[in-house]
Design a binder for this molecule. Structure first.
Ligand code: PLP
Length: 464
């Protein structure tokens, strides 16, 4: 008997509904409907408690880069648990998995990003970053450099700090976010917000909002700018090519720190070890998590440049997590990095599967419901629209149509996610060409069914 087959699906669903509160979920409604219970997985496929197989177009939550079912990672965890299941690194001790992983990350990271502070998630790592950049400036005798600039519709996690850095209005509306001294500028989302500008003009304009905000606040008050190389949870928003070079010019000119949130784009998703390498960006700090362990263990962290680490190191930094650099998680991450390297998974993304995905996914652009079909590396999205030429939004509340589309996708045994009325995928990096074809076939079927549904219900109407 498998671990999870302890009861028939309805019983599992009833227990789940009665006691388990799901993240980012209207729990009462889900409880009535019943969650789909995933019991095992292999490669790019999940199996549910009824034995039905799904293609996981989201690699879990953007994290299972090497795919499911790798024995080597299970072995690495078991070995480490037997040898040293836990020890901390707070009080003048270290252990081999943490120091080895830090050294390996320093090797892989570009430039002089040579120092790693471990956390257990991306959110925690961004909380670390907030405290670290402010403390850095305080130690430099500039304590007034406290403000961190971020972007609307960016995602940086769900803790008080991470959620504040993020620019998700729905999150800010609950629980007293954002915390002080975090301000947001607009995102480089050309299809949705670019109006009459060309993508290149728009990319420059949105980058220059950063300059305008720095000048408005006074450069002497700004600590850092944080952004994802490609926005993930915001809907796989790929910036115009003009955007990042201009942002780099601005952070250089005003001497503010640049934090690249690589939680999704790190570890191969864009065809390089890190997304910044694919854009030629030079950050002072990178946030990492997700693909670091391919999701097999919860681990994240910050990779920090020589200058910032050197200054922070002058004093006791009063910060850390019980599980910072957890030996089992670190051992699993090391094994994951070994597999990514030895199996040349990232080169394969760059040279083969990402270009293949770009063509296959891009073919959806001819669908009547699709305004744009874009990808970068192994992240892709389509914008749903009632009127392609006008790049129009639906008259219904944003997310209504996306949710309908998502329901069809799930019924077609394809995990696609919706963000508002964009549909997104980020499959495991090990996906094959055949599985990409099958994924896109199911996505097209899903779009057809959604289109029929909208026609039937009279919902193909553009907002004024
Ligand atoms: C998922 C994510 C986070 C938060 O990571 P958690 O491990 O969920 O806390 C932060 N930044 C980005 C870009 C993410 O996608």
């Amino acid at each position: 008997m498998r671990l999870t087959n302890i009861a028939p699906t309805p019983e599992l669903q009833a227990l789940d509904a009665a006691h388990h509160m799901h993240p980012f979920t209207a729990n009462t409604a889900l409880g009535r409907k019943g969650a789909r219970i995933i019991t095992r997985a292999q490669g790019v496929r999940l199996t549910d408690s009824d034995g039905v197989e799904l293609i996981d177009g989201m690699a879990g939550l953007w994290c299972v880069n090497i795919g499911y079912g790798r024995e080597e990672l299970a072995e690495a965890a078991a070995r480490q648990m037997r040898e040293l299941p836990y020890y901390n690194t707070f009080f003048q001790t270290s252990h081999v998995p943490a120091l080895q992983l830090a050294a390996r990350l320093a090797e892989l990271a570009p430039g002089d990003l040579n120092h790693v502070f471990f956390a257990c998630s991306g959110s925690e790592a961004n909380d670390t970053n907030i405290r670290m950049v402010r403390h850095y400036w305080a130690l430099k005798g500039k304590p007034e450099r406290r403000v961190i600039i971020s972007r609307r519709n960016g995602y940086h996690g769900s803790t008080m700090g991470g959620g504040s850095l993020g620019g998700m209005a729905a999150m800010h509306a609950q629980g007293g976010l954002p915390i002080p001294d975090i301000v947001h500028i607009d995102q480089p989302y050309w299809w949705g917000e670019g109006g009459e500008m060309t993508a290149e003009e728009f990319g420059l304009a949105r980058a220059r909002q950063l300059e305008a905000k720095i000048l408005e606040l006074g450069p002497e008050n700004v600590a850092a700018f944080i952004a994802e190389p490609v926005q993930g949870a915001g809907g796989v928003i790929i910036p115009p090519d003009s955007y990042w070079p201009e942002v780099q010019r601005i952070v250089d000119q005003y001497g503010i720190l640049l934090i690249a949130d690589e939680v999704i784009t790190g570890f191969g998703r864009l065809g390089h070890w890190f997304g910044v390498q694919s854009y030629g960006i030079r950050p002072h700090i990178m946030t990492i998590a997700k693909g670091l362990s391919s999701g097999y263990q919860p681990i994240g962290g910050s990779i920090i440049c020589d200058e910032v680490a050197g200054v922070i190191g002058r004093d006791e930094f009063n910060h850390g997590y019980t599980y910072s650099g957890h030996p089992v998680a670190a051992a699993v991450a090391l094994e994951n990095l070994r597999i990514l390297e030895e199996e040349r998974i990232i080169e394969r993304v760059r040279d083969d599967v990402a270009p293949y995905l770009a063509r296959a996914w891009g073919s959806l652009a001819d669908h009547p419901l699709v305004g744009e079909a874009v990808s970068r590396g192994m992240m892709a999205s389509v914008a749903l629209t009632p009127d392609k030429a006008a790049r129009a939004r639906f008259v219904t509340e944003p997310g209504t149509v996306g949710y309908i589309c998502r329901e069809y996708s799930f019924a077609n045994n394809l995990v696609m996610r919706h963000v508002g009325d964009r549909m997104i995928i980020a499959p495991p990096l090990v996906i094959t060409r055949d599985d990409i074809d099958e994924l896109v076939r199911r996505a097209r079927l899903t779009l057809d069914q959604t289109h029929d549904h909208l026609r039937r219900e009279g919902m193909l109407q553009a907002a004024a």
